[in-house]
Design a protein around this ligand. Structure first.
Ligand code: CP
Length: 326
């Protein structure tokens, strides 16, 4: 167990050792039990403030980070960039240096492809307080902490040999980032989970992320397979996470992206596909889910689904994260 985490940035789980992540999960379980006991007045972050800058919309991330700070006795500030001097061109370096003088951590959501992670790295280079990634173009690490906690609540803390299917799904109303599937494959493989990733050819993930995932798999002794058949992600799976993402590695043109998504309406998570999975398997999705496009109501509201538990776990893992780093 590694407890020397004060001041540590959280931009990708890759920067955290397995021991550090295990410390975080142990604390998340403890904090979740405190809430079950009705203890909402933990004072760990008494007097401390988290600044949260959202360049992109959010329901779960904003609410769970803000509630985390309330329950830990601290305070959070929501910033819309258009209300800050960022809108007049103030750069990441000055923003980070100034906010470091007031805040004990700076959390940012910035999903613009090719720019989001770069902005976070500029903040990291200049800030003297931890930078927390609330989703960028490459990673969504807080989501994946919640996903892993949820998996361990169903299958136990030793996840070696579990089978996870991550699949692209159809959903043509907008182009979603690739950060969720990328963060899933990176972290789940490190915990020994065998991963099958399925997507149509145009929806490949960033080559450097796939390469890192292959290294993670090798190090953990886990299996990592990429397929262009959706069913392969469901065959014998203990957990499936089917969701849409954009063909952003292939094209950044929004209209071309939407028409490519529309080429594959059959890529939906339905009861027939769930029947390919193992008994007791979990259906997971970070939400928001596009019903009747990504998933049938029968699956998302059915016996395999743990999506609301998964969403709630955002709160518990983020409380643990903020307690450790702030
Ligand atoms: N899963 C997730 O990050 O949800 P929001 O976009 O609502 O924050």
């Amino acid at each position: 167990m590694n407890t020397k985490l004060k001041g540590k940035h959280f931009i990708t789980t890759q920067d955290w050792s397995i021991q550090e992540l295990k410390t975080l999960f142990a604390l998340a379980r403890q904090l979740k039990l405190e809430i079950a006991q009705g203890k909402f007045n933990n004072k760990t972050l008494d007097g401390k403030t988290l600044g949260m800058i959202f360049f992109d919309p959010s329901t779960r991330t904003r609410t769970s980070f803000e509630t985390s700070m309330t329950q830990l006795g601290g305070h959070s500030i929501f910033f819309a960039p258009e209300t800050m001097q960022i809108s007049h061109g103030e750069g990441a370096r000055d923003t980070a240096k100034v906010l470091s003088g007031y805040l004990q951590a700076i959390a940012v959501r910035i999903c613009k492809y090719g720019a989001g992670n770069r902005y976070l790295e500029e903040l990291r280079a200049a800030a003297s307080v931890p930078i927390v990634n609330m989703q960028c173009d490459i990673y969504h690490p807080a989501q994946i902490l919640a996903d892993y906690l949820t998996i361990t609540e169903h299958f136990g803390e030793n996840t070696t040999g579990l089978k996870l299917g991550v699949s692209w799904t159809h959903a043509p109303n907008y182009v979603r980032p690739v950060s969720v599937p990328q963060s899933i494959i990176l972290m789940m493989l490190r915990f020994g989970i065998d991963v099958t990733l399925a997507h149509p050819p145009e929806f490949k993930l960033m080559p450097e992320i796939v390469e890192q995932a292959e290294l993670n798999a090798k190090e953990a002794g886990a299996k990592f397979k990429i397929s262009h058949e959706m069913d392969e992600a469901f065959d014998d799976a203990d957990v499936v996470i089917p969701k849409s993402w954009g063909p952003l590695v292939y094209t950044q043109d929004e209209d071309e992206g939407v028409s490519l998504i529309d080429k594959y309406p059959g890529w939906i998570c339905d009861e027939k596909r769930m029947s390919l999975t193992n008994k007791g398997s979990l259906y997971m999705h970070p939400l928001p889910a596009d019903r009747d496009k990504e998933v049938t109501p029968g699956v998302i509201d059915g016996p395999h689904s743990v999506v609301y538990q998964e969403a709630e776990n955002r709160l518990h893992v983020q409380k643990a994260l903020l307690s450790l780093i702030m």
